[in-house]
Design a protein around this ligand. Structure first.
Ligand SMILES: *Cc1c(COP(=O)(O)O)cnc(C)c1O
Length: 431
């Protein structure tokens, strides 16, 4: 198993202008205590699982927005493409630019808004934009015309998400008229049409069925005029896994690629979570009964115990809502967070883990032995969903990768950090 260090917020050479600065050299000579580890082979496996749910020939758009849900967009995108993704999906054009800068060449669809000029400039790089109204399409068409180029776009139909797109459910005739008008605009190539489900993860599929029916009605009316674009897509992860009728010619899974379940009612047994958060105990204190821990002194020990300090905090994306609730794994045993999570540190009670020692590894998210701290478990504590747990991780935590077998990641995508210590660091872990 190969591991490599992908990125660090501090770049060698940025301190003194020379890569030889000893402080910076030493920064990279050992991995930091608190870090994310991503198993790219799990992502490869999840892609295969998702593909097995689709008819052969169905295109796959891998959603890598928000830094691939916190997993690191560049390496996830490379892995997805190596395992057969046809498209990459992002929310912002800056996310597409980040992939381009890393040398990734693949069709990319931006879900969100872009300025017309950005659409024109993105065209040369394979960026497809989303058109959500006739007026925005007109603006893009005009700028494309003045630059003498054609912008490739997908049209978004709002069938019940209430977010972006032409509102088919409010006025179908108007939607059809606008659609046809967009298709007739100059210097636009309409490659795709899509919609997005609001409730595909719910057990009750009534609303999703209604959305699907509305979308099919739009497609039917386009078909009468032979205007259906080449690529028709609707399915997020939940719909990809559960609603084959929603697959059309392309599926758009995100969360499932990362091995996380889009909702409680969905069978995700074949998916493998790819992300772990690891750290180490940086201080251990034997304390008496009545000892106060962290801001506000909200935790007072009810017995003599041992408190361990872990260098992870809400600035890393470890929510303050985990205060006095979450657990971490030390030597395969659960230790509870005591007192408030700080910006940079969190304390846990390890009084019951007799052999806990300074420098011991701590699993903040992930598995060790037979126990797991899942993104779903943390999500419940913070009254949110697993999506927010991983997408909310910040760039202060560097990401380490496990390389999938049979996949060569181009040299240019691997940063120049020393790797021997990294291998040593993670040697013996297996999750
Ligand atoms: C985020 C997103 C997806 C992926 O949704 P998951 O539930 O993560 O699979 C698909 N399509 C659009 C438009 C999105 O914004």
């Amino acid at each position: 198993m190969t591991l490599f260090y992908s990125h660090d917020p501090v770049r060698p050479g940025s301190l003194s202008g020379t890569p030889a600065d000893p402080l910076q050299q030493s920064l990279f000579s050992r991995p930091p205590h608190t870090r994310i580890e991503v198993d790219l082979s799990a992502i490869a496996r999840n892609i295969q699982v998702v593909k097995q749910h689709c008819r052969p020939g169905t295109k796959l758009l891998a959603v890598v927005k928000a830094n691939a849900y916190g997993h690191g967009a560049v390496h996830v995108a490379n892995t997805a493409l190596a395992w057969g993704a046809d498209f990459l999906g992002v929310a912002r054009i800056s996310e597409a630019v980040q992939l381009l800068e890393a040398g990734i060449r693949s069709p990319m669809l931006v879900f969100g808004d872009v300025w017309p000029l950005q659409a024109v400039h993105g065209q040369a790089h394979g960026i497809r934009i989303t058109l959500t109204s006739l007026s925005s399409a007109r603006a893009v068409s005009a700028v494309a015309l003045s630059h003498g180029c054609t912008v490739t776009a997908h049209i978004k139909i709002d069938t019940g998400m209430g977010r972006l797109g032409l509102c088919a459910g409010v006025n179908m005739d108007r939607t059809m008229a606008d659609l046809e008008a967009i298709m007739q605009l100059e210097n636009l190539a309409i490659e795709g049409i899509y919609t997005h489900f609001a409730n595909a993860d719910a057990k009750d599929k009534t609303h999703t069925d209604q959305q699907l029916a509305l979308f099919s009605q739009v497609l039917g009316r386009l078909a009468e005029k032979n205007l259906v674009p080449d690529i028709v897509h609707a399915a997020n992860s939940a719909a990809t896994l559960e609603i084959p009728d929603s697959h059309f010619t392309m599926v758009r899974p995100g969360i499932s690629l990362y091995g996380l379940c889009p909702g409680p009612g969905i069978d995700c047994t074949d998916l493998t979570p790819a992300l772990s958060i690891l750290s180490r105990i940086i201080q251990l204190k034997q304390v008496p009964k009545g000892f106060a821990v962290s801001y506000g002194s909200t935790h007072i020990t009810d017995r003599a115990t041992t408190i361990a300090t872990i260098p992870v905090g809400y600035a890393d994306g470890y929510s303050r809502l985990f205060s006095a609730k979450a657990h971490m794994l030390v030597k395969g045993q659960r230790a509870k967070v005591v007192g408030r999570v700080c910006m940079d540190f969190t304390m846990i009670d390890v009084g019951h883990i007799l052999d806990a020692g300074l420098g011991d590894e701590v699993v903040i998210l992930g598995s060790r032995g037979s126990d797991t701290i899942s993104a779903d478990e943390l999500a419940k504590l913070a009254n949110t969903i697993n999506y927010e747990i991983v997408a909310g991780l910040t760039s202060r935590m560097p990401v380490f990768y496990r390389q999938p077998p049979h996949h060569h990641i181009p040299e240019s995508h691997v940063s120049q950090q020393p790797s021997h210590d990294v291998n040593q660091e993670v040697h013996g872990h297996d999750n």
